[in-house]
Ligand binder design. Structure first.
Ligand SMILES: *Cc1c(COP(=O)(O)O)cnc(C)c1O
Length: 434
């Protein structure tokens, strides 16, 4: 008899962001359909986190599957140096049309971290190619931009980056802008300006930090100052792009235009790994030269993979449909209603919403709730109720695929509400396999 998937997995696989020694039970998923995932025992889960924020239109979407299948029978992969193909050309054309008009070129990679690496290299080498040495980057406190070394460097330093501390390059960290701190932030920028190659930021929502949010007008004001000082701006839309904020892109909330924009995650509707970095002519032109040294020497084996580009084209087509746009607005409205209820709940310290992204920060002070250290048990509890929610510490957040029904949304809200009023002992004992 074959071992089951769980024990076979345990023998051979090392999972991301997982302490393998104390890891809770892993769940083998055998099928996905729309907003649902099905495990090997036939249990169904509502994917309320879009499988780490990537799935836009639901799992195994038939239209994307059909388009990718056709492409798979036509051209599955080709080297992207010296060669090109229709899916990459069309994807760049279609995407650039939707972005601020200063964006003119697309550089492909295959995930979010590498899209950030490319953006950082663009800024640093842009200065280098112009005969300047600029080696520092400006970033926000609590930032998360990925797990490769450059992306780690510009991310908040903590438990994740601690073993690599001294190997990470120098970054000037500032707070996210508010009405009050702008003069202070301008001061810090001025102090380091001649060494700053660029400013990288997650616009509106700092996802991995716990869905921290800042005001678009304050960010616009900061961007305006960077523009006036010719400081290159890298906008990381890897999480917030493609409708998450209620608008197509975070940039649609802002009055200022970045120099570089990074995308991944929802880019392919969550079906294939693909990343891309767009930039202005100003940056591109700094690399165009008869001097070979000025080339951007960067590329990945699967740069602009035709299958991934095809999936991205199909996903973008679905996203722009009237029905999908209405779904996004419907989720925003439902979230808003629930947020209002939760704002006065005694177990909730703070409620944050940006479009389809909703976060509930739970009280952790002893007096006001049971949740001190107990929030760990929320994850298995939600699973036992057929919902995939992965709280970040004491923050429960929802990032659902846009095809989620209002009934499923309401079921999630009800389950959260129930969990917040339940003594933790009760849900600690929930048996997952039951
Ligand atoms: C997930 C994420 C990244 C990294 O993308 P990966 O594809 O996981 O490497 C970068 N920036 C932000 C804002 C993200 O949410």
């Amino acid at each position: 008899m074959h071992d089951d998937l769980k024990s076979r997995d345990k023998k051979v696989n090392w999972h991301p962001y997982t302490q393998m020694k104390t890891a809770s039970d892993i769940i083998p998923i055998v099928r996905g359909q729309g907003v649902y995932l099905f495990d090997d025992k036939g249990n169904r889960y509502i994917d309320a986190v879009s499988s780490w924020w990537v799935t836009l239109h639901g799992h195994a979407h038939p239209y994307i599957a059909q388009k990718v299948s056709e492409q798979l029978h036509t051209l599955e992969q080709v080297i992207f140096a010296g060669f090109t193909h229709e899916p990459a050309i069309r994807l760049s054309e279609n995407l650039l049309q939707l972005l601020p008009d200063n964006q003119s070129k697309v550089f492909y990679t295959d995930n979010g971290s590498t899209a950030i690496e490319v953006a950082l290299k663009m800024c640093i080498q842009c200065a280098h190619n112009k005969g300047m040495k600029k080696t520092k980057i400006l970033a926000f406190n609590n930032a998360y931009h990925g797990d490769t070394f450059g992306a780690m460097s510009v991310s908040s330093r903590g438990i994740w980056t601690q073993p690599f501390g001294e190997m990470l390059f120098e970054v000037i960290f500032i707070d996210v802008p508010t009405k009050d701190n702008l003069p202070l932030l301008k001061n810090i920028i001025d102090q380091h300006l001649d060494q700053l190659a660029g400013f990288v930021y997650e616009p509106l929502v700092q996802g991995a930090a716990g869905m921290l949010m800042h005001d678009p007008d304050d960010l616009s004001a900061l961007m305006k100052y960077c523009r006036s000082k010719n400081l290159l701006m890298i906008q990381d839309e890897i999480f917030v792009g493609f409708g998450r904020t209620g608008k197509l892109f975070a940039t649609d909330h802002l009055t200022e235009k970045p120099d570089i924009i990074c995308f991944s995650k929802g880019l392919t509707g969550g079906t294939f790994p693909l990343g891309l970095t767009t930039c202005t002519d100003l940056i591109f032109d700094a690399f165009c030269s008869d001097d070979a040294h000025k080339t951007l020497f960067h590329g990945h084996s699967f740069t602009a993979n035709p299958l991934a580009c095809t999936a991205a084209l199909a996903s973008l087509e679905l996203l722009l449909k009237k029905e999908t746009q209405e779904d996004i607005q419907r989720i925003c409205r439902e979230h808003e209603k629930f947020a209002k209820e939760m704002a006065v709940h005694p177990a909730v310290k703070n409620v944050r919403q940006c479009g389809t992204i909703l976060a509930l920060e739970l009280q952790i002070t002893q007096k006001t709730s049971y949740f001190n250290k107990q929030h760990k048990n929320l994850y298995p509890y939600f699973l036992s109720q057929g919902i995939l929610l992965r709280p970040l510490g004491n923050i429960i957040y929802l990032v659902p695929p846009y095809c989620i029904s209002t009934a499923d949304l309401k079921y999630i809200y009800q389950t959260i509400t129930k969990a917040l009023t339940m003594p933790p002992k009760q849900y600690c004992k929930t048996n997952l396999s039951s």
